[in-house]
Design a protein around this ligand. Structure first.
Ligand code: XMP
Length: 180
């Protein structure tokens, strides 16, 4: 285990199993239709790449960049958003994939943009972690991996100041590692 990690919350194996289940659920709901699966950069990239391999249906991939956290552990409240669709998404089913649903502001902003500006009528959301206690926006994910308490987590794509994304598990940082 990395020396900055106090506790592992979700092991590599637990994540692998749960991602497979999410992929199966999405595949089932797609019922053979082609989905557009959209990764929210950067945090969801590891989850996204495992998830798309668990989807047993034709998929196209798209990317959006969203940020509300800056360098700390507290949200700045403002959502910076760039959506880079390569093709017309109207009439498509778009599954937006994020690492964690926290206050919900980021995912709400992305869903609104897809619906109101890009004309997507069937938007689904898939998150690996759900920190329900901190929700302020009115949004729940259609597919959700694990509930998580109100602790700041890193690993498997999640970062603190852009570090720890490459850890294969998800854990809690030692208190002394914040602001270091
Ligand atoms: P909101 O509050 O908009 O936030 O739902 C979603 C984004 O905030 C980041 N986030 C975290 N990142 N550990 C992280 O590394 C956390 O515990 C955490 N909570 C929120 C994340 O990028 C997510 O997309």
């Amino acid at each position: 285990m990395h020396r900055d990690i106090a506790e592992v919350l979700f092991s590599e194996e637990a994540i692998r199993q749960r991602v497979r289940e999410l992929g199966r659920a999405i595949s089932h709901d797609l019922a053979g239709r082609e989905a557009v699966v959209m990764a929210l950069l950067k945090g969801s990239v590891l989850f996204f790449s495992d998830l798309v391999r668990s989807i047993d249906a034709p998929v196209k991939v798209e990317f959006a960049w969203a940020s509300s956290y800056g360098k700390g552990t507290e949200s700045s409240g403002e959502v910076l958003l760039k959506v880079f669709p390569e093709e017309d998404l109207r009439g498509r089913m778009v599954v937006v994939v994020d690492d964690i649903l926290d206050t919900g502001r980021t995912l709400s902003a992305v869903v609104d943009r897809l619906r109101n500006e890009l004309g997507v009528t069937d938007v689904r959301t898939c998150v690996l972690l759900d920190k329900k206690a901190r929700r302020t926006a009115r949004i729940e994910a259609d597919y959700s991996g694990f509930p998580v308490d109100d602790v700041f987590v890193v690993g498997y794509g999640l970062d603190y100041a852009d570090r720890y994304r490459n850890l294969p598990y998800i854990g809690v940082l030692k208190p002394g590692c914040y602001g270091a």
